[in-house]
Design a protein around this ligand. Structure first.
Ligand SMILES: NC(=O)c1ccc[n+]([C@@H]2O[C@H](COP(=O)([O-])OP(=O)(O)OC[C@H]3O[C@@H](n4cnc5c(N)ncnc54)[C@H](O)[C@@H]3O)[C@@H](O)[C@H]2O)c1
Length: 277
């Protein structure tokens, strides 16, 4: 059944790109779009829905509590908010029989949360869907896993300022850097836990590929780049490949890559269209 009733958690940079792209490219408006946000973000959510109007959905509502949101009977919910939102709302949404698309994938480096979501999905006969977010090539990585993976090595490279507010600040003189510095080398699990706000790509690669412990991660502060650069190299039974992606920042949230919002849009368009690609 194609998507008619859509739930969204969050109304920030990713939700805006995902919903505006859906409104632009879908063949016909949805019956309903319901957004769940904390009360402090209700006016932001209302403004987003008002800006998209009937082209997005015939009925558009903002909810600030989960019960009212579930009463709207969304068929699919896309989380575009935060790790906390996945923890708080993920299990009851899946339990209610509603598919959950997750973009805050760093949250899933917590095994207990991941297991809880899986149990809720089994119980609710629903699905937990992980989008590729800021990185590409997840289809190839999963195919490579099925053939047998030997190694997955990820390098996350950002301008020094982008690492402010992280433990990198104590390890590197970010303001004075003249050369690239690798300030972290370790597992995807450690990267996701020590750098939670930069954890989404490492966690996505860990989940799609060889696991959180075996995926090797390098984090680099590089004064020579102006964008976030994600690279990963794979050796596997079906072939070796590497992917490099230079993300442009979202104009609404410079810490977020635009690609992540479009990856949610892709998932939603696949659910309203007749061809899935
Ligand atoms: N998978 C990836 O590669 C990838 C890439 C970039 C960002 N992300 C993740 O996507 C998420 C959203 O990013 P963004 O750039 O849209 O952030 P943002 O700060 O622009 O927007 C987040 C929005 O979520 C809502 N919100 C905040 N706290 C909430 C809560 N507890 N419950 C429900 N809603 C809440 C608010 O509307 C807020 O504006 C973040 O968790 C970020 O880490 C993932």
């Amino acid at each position: 059944m194609t998507l008619q009733r859509l739930g969204i958690i969050g109304a920030g940079g990713i939700a805006k790109v995902a919903l505006s792209t859906l409104a632009r490219d879908q063949a016909a408006p949805l019956a309903l779009t319901s957004i769940l946000v904390p009360p402090a973000f209700a006016s932001q959510a209302t403004a987003l829905l008002d800006s998209l109007g009937d082209g997005l959905a015939k009925s558009r509502v903002v909810r600030t509590d989960l019960a009212a949101f579930l009463d709207d009977k969304p068929q699919v919910v896309a989380e575009c908010a935060s790790h906390t939102a996945v923890q708080e709302f993920g299990p009851p949404i899946l339990d209610a029989g509603c598919d959950l698309i997750v973009v805050s994938i760093g949250s899933l480096s917590d095994d207990a949360l991941f297991n809880k979501l899986e149990r809720a999905a089994k119980n609710g006969k629903s699905r937990l869907v992980l989008v590729s977010g800021a990185i590409g090539g997840i289809d190839a990585l999963v195919a490579a896993r099925l053939s047998g993976l030997e190694s997955v090595v990820y390098t996350g490279r950002k301008p020094p300022n982008a690492w402010r507010g992280t433990p990198a600040e104590k390890l590197v003189d970010l303001a004075g850097l003249k050369e690239p510095v690798t300030f972290f080398e370790g597992t995807a699990r450690a990267a996701a836990q020590e750098y939670p706000f930069n954890a989404n790509v490492a966690a996505t690669l860990g989940l799609a590929g060889i696991g959180f412990e075996a995926t090797r991660v390098r984090l680099v502060a590089d004064p020579g780049v102006s964008r976030n650069v994600h690279e990963f190299a794979v050796r596997s039974g079906c072939g070796d490949f590497s992917i490099k992606l230079e993300g442009r920042p979202s104009p609404d949230n410079p810490k977020t890559s635009l690609m992540a919002g479009y990856s949610v849009a892709r998932e939603l368009l696949n659910r309203v269209g007749t061809v899935v690609i």
